[in-house]
Design a protein around this ligand. Structure first.
Ligand code: NAP
Length: 326
């Protein structure tokens, strides 16, 4: 089979497409024919050895896909060859086939296409866990989403609206802000150019925002935290900006606000029953049209490195996916 392979740490252009041996399903495992694999920011960090774990070289990146079960290993009863599934894995999804644990497979809901299925679990799972569980966002509260046109950003806008919050979306270009509006944002701001203090004070009547969803980091973290309301919650999601910020602890004291960490990958392993409940709500909202995953571009496997480069180059709104089987 063909796969996108990382042979040395580096930027996306160092990835190569080559033929490698087909995976074989061991006990409790399946092999999935990958129709689409979602590209996530961590994929672009993992190939540079800048993420929380270090895979052994060479390896096939890609941690999320949707496809059809091709074969099953010993003891697998949950799924059969031919089933349409969504799957999460540590690596291997940017290939024509991938091996996955049968236990973690999620049936692809009827009517949901492969590209949408491959772009759903990580982004919407993270946004839902962060906003409803970690921050306990309530109807009527104000939510500020940084990097709002990105993968987790659009998911946070839609989950925020589904909960009944008023959503302020921050994005860097007019096109990105238009997409945020299209996905439900009540207000949009240019967080690079705007004086956040004046803008957010006027948008919240001087109160500040109740919840901040922050996948960007760098200088934007402190600027946003300074506009947190009393009893507000600032969610630390990630550092797309490349810089892990240090913030003055006195801000938390003065505002009686909380800085809250989010690690969705650990959450779904530690609390599988809670994750299963999250999925029931997310799929219901998807069916009702309250969630509308935005797949901007589909890249064939041969051009997979371009998908990762677009993400790192800040040129993507919503999601890009790689389609080994078009
Ligand atoms: N904690 C968790 O459990 C968890 C789960 C999923 C993802 N994450 C993290 O969340 C972050 C965002 O992931 P994502 O998949 O949504 O990425 P994404 O689609 O690329 O979105 C990131 C957004 O950040 C903004 N940004 C600002 N400076 C940037 C820079 N120098 N390079 C790239 N983007 C920049 C961009 O918007 P503008 O151009 O409008 O500024 C972009 O839309 C990543 O750090 C990822 O690791 C964390």
């Amino acid at each position: 089979m063909k796969a996108l392979i990382c042979k040395a740490w580096g930027l996306p252009e160092t990835l190569v497409v080559e033929d490698i041996q087909d995976p074989v399903a061991g006990p409790g495992q399946v092999v999935i024919r990958v129709h689409a694999a979602g590209v996530n920011f961590p994929d672009a960090l993992i190939i540079q050895n800048k993420y929380q774990f270090t895979p052994k070289l060479p390896f096939v990146p890609g941690s999320e896909c949707a496809g059809v079960v091709e074969s099953i290993g010993e003891g697998v009863e949950r799924v059969r060859p031919g089933d349409r599934v969504m799957a999460l894995m540590e690596s291997g999804a940017f290939a024509e086939k991938v091996r996955a644990a049968a236990d973690g497979l999620i049936p692809l809901p009827e009517g949901v296409d492969f590209a949408t299925g491959s772009a759903f679990l990580l982004t919407y799972g993270t946004a839902y866990h962060a906003l409803t569980d970690r921050a306990a966002l309530k109807e009527g509260e104000t939510l500020l989403v940084l990097g709002a046109s990105g993968g987790v950003g659009i998911a946070a806008i839609e989950v925020g609206k589904a909960v009944g919050a008023r959503v302020i979306a921050a994005a860097s270009s007019p096109q990105k802000r238009a997409i945020c509006r299209d996905h439900g944002a009540d207000e949009v701001i240019d967080y690079a150019a705007a004086d956040l203090k004046t803008t957010l004070a006027s948008l919240t009547g001087g109160k500040g925002v109740d919840v901040i969803f922050d996948p960007v980091g760098g200088p934007f973290t402190e600027a946003a935290l300074r506009n947190c309301a009393r009893r507000g919650r600032h969610l630390i999601i990630g550092f797309a900006n490349g810089e892990i910020p240090r913030v003055p602890a006195n801000l938390a004291l003065l505002k009686e606000c909380s800085l809250i960490g989010v690690f969705w990958g650990r959450y779904i392993k530690s609390e599988p029953a809670a994750w299963a409940a999250d999925l029931r709500t997310l799929f219901a909202w998807l069916r009702e049209g309250r969630l509308r995953p935005h797949v901007e571009t589909r890249y064939p496997l041969e051009r997979g490195s371009e998908a990762l480069a677009a993400l790192l180059g800040r040129r993507v709104s919503g999601k890009v996916v790689i389609t080994p089987v078009p």
